[in-house]
Design a binder for this molecule. Structure first.
Ligand code: F6R
Length: 596
């Protein structure tokens, strides 16, 4: 999804800050990039494609600048093209604007401006903004007044930043799209997300919806829509920039897969006490036990939510899972004492935020289960529980899925009371068991065998159902191959027609998740010549029917799917690697999906 960076100050080279910032935002997904620097006039460079395309368009000796803004674009209005890339400017070339979000009334604004003689170059919704600003400037407004007036005309979601020719000030505004300010010693920063400037400063202010910011080298002023100065709180971010490097791995994704033992350990730290067999999540100390739970989430987080809902139902709490984009409180009853849990790694996913806002309006208690401190979900929900996975740069979610599952196990246990001995033990053993899977996996060899398959199917029952969906999603995302996940019992109700000797079936056959019944489904596909890869804690059971066996250590049945999923992540990674795919930035996808 689009990313924004901005900087004003004399401590660092402006161009360096912008390019470093854009590369720190690459993980969000993008198809073009651009920058604007103020240096008396405005220098604007933008290119479709990767950052390297923008780099090669820049002048060889660098660029002087007093302030600047940059943008990675993920197309919504108009295809990826140089002309649609940001920054955009107006007819006089006096202002440059970058924008993340969607301006819903842009057609009306465009018509209004066109009637005034404005001619547009791009297909974007954003281009109306510099035109509105320049119309105000032409009418005599100063830059700040022109910026505020233009933003006041916008409906929809936006994080916007603007710089003006002949000025060192960066102006910004936010509504429903993330924007964070960074306070440095020798200048000030703004960005869609902290990794863009974490190298320069860890002191941040999160802008709220409806707020404006004016950044100068020596001062940051935040105001509300009326221009009244708002008191802000400065937070210090704990992320270490070293965490965001690849540490010798070829891709962030494989690095993050290997970080899972540590991520799980961090999620459990000070929350699980084996001696007293207790689970205490400090953030949830004031959460009343709910009568029922509704989960809202998208993609991988939705799969984690399916897992969490099952754990709660097993413990007697009615729990449902909704795709956030389908959650509509006008249609879905939200009974009193319902807890609505938004499961969202980024805490910024527009569909999930919209569902959580609906739940807030409906009077539910809301809980954000997220990775990102200070994210919109964390700030807008009544309660927040952090999964503590650390930064995840690969677009495909891996370690955050494991951490979400672990956090959901802790949540289920917190709201339902004393966990069993084996549950606590299972949690404590999990990091080492994930390490064992990582060390012993034969995924690379299996991926080589099946890299040219027509399609990949994933099946599992009970706890493994959600992981079957997740295994297929990962395979689709990074290999661009057809993959589907099914509740194993469903296979014979239709999808079996797709099964051939060119469609490997990955079957999770594990204790506590109806292994005998799943074995029946394995026999069905084996009888139709499909290659079978069994992911199992019971090798002897499946060996006669499987072409390959991928083992996972024995544990409490609730945690077996976390281990099985690691095997599936590795399979997808190695197939994608063999096929030479863009693993960390798969085509068309974005890390943080901030449009509905
Ligand atoms: C898949 C993936 C996406 C996200 C989804 C929700 O690998 O990363 O499916 O899970 O876009 O994102 P969050 O969790 O940030 O709300």
């Amino acid at each position: 999804m689009c990313g924004i960076i901005g900087y004003t100050g004399d401590g660092n080279d402006v161009l360096d800050v912008l390019m470093t910032g854009l590369s720190g935002l690459e993980y969000r997904g993008y198809d073009s990039a651009g920058i604007a620097l103020t240096n008396g006039s405005l220098s604007i460079y933008k290119r479709q494609g990767e950052l390297s395309a923008l780099e090669s368009a820049l002048p060889e000796g660098g660029l002087d600048g007093e302030a600047g803004i940059g943008h990675t674009r993920w197309s919504t209005h108009g295809p990826p093209a140089d002309v649609n890339a940001h920054p955009h400017t107006g007819p006089d070339g006096n202002v440059a604007v970058v924008h993340n979000g969607i301006i819903e009334n842009y057609r009306a604004l465009r018509e209004e401006l066109a009637a005034d003689g404005h001619v547009f170059e791009s297909d974007t919704d954003t281009e109306v903004v510099p035109h509105l600003i320049e119309r105000e400037l032409a009418a005599g407004a100063d830059p700040e007044a022109a910026f505020r007036e233009a933003v006041g005309r916008l409906e929809g979601s936006y994080a916007i930043a603007a710089v003006f020719a002949g000025s060192e000030t960066v102006y910004a505004a936010r509504n429903e799209s993330p924007l964070v300010l960074g306070l440095g010693e020798d200048g000030h920063y703004l960005a869609s997300d902290v990794p863009a400037f974490i190298e320069y400063t860890d002191r941040v202010i999160y802008l709220e919806d409806g707020e404006f910011a004016r950044l100068d080298a020596d001062e940051v002023v935040v105001t509300d829509a009326d221009g009244t100065v708002v008191e802000t709180s400065v937070e210090t971010i704990a992320w270490d920039p070293e965490d965001a490097g690849k540490s010798g791995y070829d891709h962030y994704m494989i690095k993050e897969i290997h970080e899972q033992p540590d991520a799980i350990r961090k999620c459990l730290r000070e929350r699980v006490e084996e001696m007293t067999r207790s689970i205490t999540v400090e953030e949830l100390a004031n959460l009343d036990a709910p009568e029922s739970v509704q989960f809202v989430a998208c993609g991988t987080s939705y799969h984690a939510a399916l897992y969490g809902a099952r754990l709660l139902r097993e413990r007697g709490i009615p729990a449902q899972t909704f795709l956030a984009s389908e959650y509509d409180v006008d249609e879905i009853p939200v009974p009193p004492e319902t807890l609505v849990v938004g499961v969202t790694q980024s805490g910024e996913t527009a569909d999930t935020m919209s569902a959580l806002r609906g739940a807030n309006r409906a009077g539910a208690t809301t809980l954000a289960l997220t990775n990102v401190v200070g994210s919109s979900a964390a700030r807008e929900c009544d309660h927040v529980m952090y999964i503590r996975a650390g930064p995840e740069i690969g677009v495909a979610a891996t370690k955050t899925f494991a951490s979400q599952q672990v956090a959901l196990a802790l949540l289920a246990s917190t709201v339902t009371g004393a966990p069993s001995q084996s549950f606590v033990e299972g949690l404590r053993k999990l990091p080492d068991q994930v390490r064992t899977v990582l060390d012993d996996s034969s995924a690379r060899e299996i991926a080589e065998t099946y890299e040219r398959a027509d399609a990949y199917f994933f099946i599992g029952r009970k706890y493994n159902e959600a992981v079957a969906y997740e295994g297929a999603l990962k395979m689709k995302e990074i290999t661009y191959k057809h993959a589907e996940g099914f509740a194993a019992g469903e296979l014979k109700h239709g999808p079996l027609a797709l099964v051939t000797d060119r469609t490997p079936v990955f079957a999770m056959v594990t204790q506590g998740s109806k292994p005998q019944k799943t074995l029946g489904n394995v026999k069905e596909v084996e009888a139709r010549d499909a290659p079978v890869v069994a992911v199992t804690d019971s090798r002897e059971l499946v060996e006669p029917y499987a072409d390959f066996v991928m083992e996972v250590p024995e544990t409490h049945p609730a945690f077996t799917p976390i281990l099985a999923n690691v095997q599936l992540q590795l399979i997808s990674y190695w197939v994608a690697n063999r096929l030479g795919r863009s693993i960390d930035k798969p085509r068309n996808l974005a890390k943080s999906v901030t449009v509905e």
